[in-house]
Design a protein around this ligand. Sequence first.
Ligand SMILES: Nc1nc2c(ncn2[C@@H]2O[C@H](COP(=O)(O)OP(=O)(O)OP(=O)(O)O)[C@@H](O)[C@H]2O)c(=O)[nH]1
Ligand SMILES: *[C@@H]1O[C@H](CO)[C@@H](O)[C@H](O)[C@H]1NC(C)=O
Ligand SMILES: [Mg+2]
Length: 422
Amino acid sequence: MRKYLVYVALLVLSVISGSLSQSITSIVQLCYHKHKLEKSLFQRSENAVKKYDSVRRRSLFKPLKLSTNTYNDDILVVENENENVPDRENATLLMLVRNFELPGALKSMRSLEDRFNKDYHYDWVFLNDVPFSMEFIEATTAMASGKTYYSLIPSKDWDRPDWIDEKKFEDRLQLLHDKGVLYGSSKSYRNMCRFNSGFFYKQKILESYDYYFRVEPDVEYFCDFPYDPFKVMKKNNKKYGFVISLHEYEDTITSLWDAVDEYIEENSRDIDMERNSYDFITNSDIIGKFSPIVDSNSDYNLCHFWSNFEIGDLNFFRSERYNRYFDFLDSKGGFYYERWGDAPVHSIGVSLLLNRDEIIHFDELGYYHAPFGTCPGAYYLRLQQRCQCDAHAQSNIDISPNSCLMRWWKYGDGKRFVKYEQ
Ligand SMILES: Nc1nc2c(ncn2[C@@H]2O[C@H](COP(=O)(O)OP(=O)(O)OP(=O)(O)O)[C@@H](O)[C@H]2O)c(=O)[nH]1
Ligand SMILES: *[C@@H]1O[C@H](CO)[C@@H](O)[C@H](O)[C@H]1NC(C)=O
Ligand SMILES: [Mg+2]
């Protein structure tokens, strides 16, 4: 009986160990095949990365992320965060924004981070005429790759000054409203335009920077940046950069040019007519096949740089000559009695005060702010920079009749076919 039991036990054991060794073998085999398969897929993914990396122009881009769904940590590339950050300029990304615009702010941030700043980690500075909410601060800080700073604009830099005639102001609001002018009856829009014209660069928080890159909520950058635009500005001594130029609504600036004329008369020592871009903002000849599509009642041809995108030298805006220009215009009251925009005010300012070659058109940065965009015209450039835009879209303004770009090429600093040194 006991002998029997031993046999049975031995039999059971041998069966179990047999299938055990069998299953161990099959598990080992399975693992081996899986490993081999994974390795070959991984190899392919790595080859793809190598192949496409070689068409990328600059080594400053991080390597592409490997495509794998493995949980094996060994093959996930862990990068040292600071190792890959190139030298930076003394510059910040700058957004004037309201708390309720958070979703749009995040959208713009995500786009600029993905297309440019993730490789650089430049600071972000946020300005507001009321305190930022905790929610706004947390979400934007989480979205930024660099440090974030939040600053409250003092009332003296934002609110309507008390020398503005209340009665006249209200009458003029009504007038522009009746004319159907965009933001014609908005008081806060006027504060914003005056602030952006003459006060943003006076904010204490910007004192520690040389350059700013203005960002608005709900914009999009269509392409990978092929360079650090701040570096391009610094190296090439540029003081103002734009991507889109178009015509202003004359109804918003009825008396602006009269004021500018007067300013020029009184401040000729600040202005170098030989080297500035006066022709760009006054010439109204036919350009290419387009006649000027907007008739102007003054010598100003209404061309301006679209200021929702701008990269600028803060030291220029902080200079006495720019502030003489701004103070002169401000004293006319047109920011409130009309609806002078910061775009024509900046544009006329830089066109008069800077040399033509201190203004740069960033040709290869695709950009969209409703309702217009710009998309690089060169097919291979769009591929290289992974652009997501249609160069033939209706909204693409580059060489359409409403654009002033062709006038810039002809009467501004010309058109360049070589890349800027970075
Ligand atoms: N803090 C604050 N920011 C403002 C105010 N008004 C406008 N802004 C900001 O100023 C910039 C320009 O305002 P927008 O409303 O975009 O004006 P716009 O670009 O001419 O017109 P749309 O974008 O078409 O509405 C944006 O960055 C806004 O977030 C305001 O009252 N307070
Ligand atoms: C950055 O620019 C500001 C303003 O010009 C200057 O005060 C500051 O010293 C600069 N910082 C560096 C690190 O160069
Ligand atoms: Mg806007």
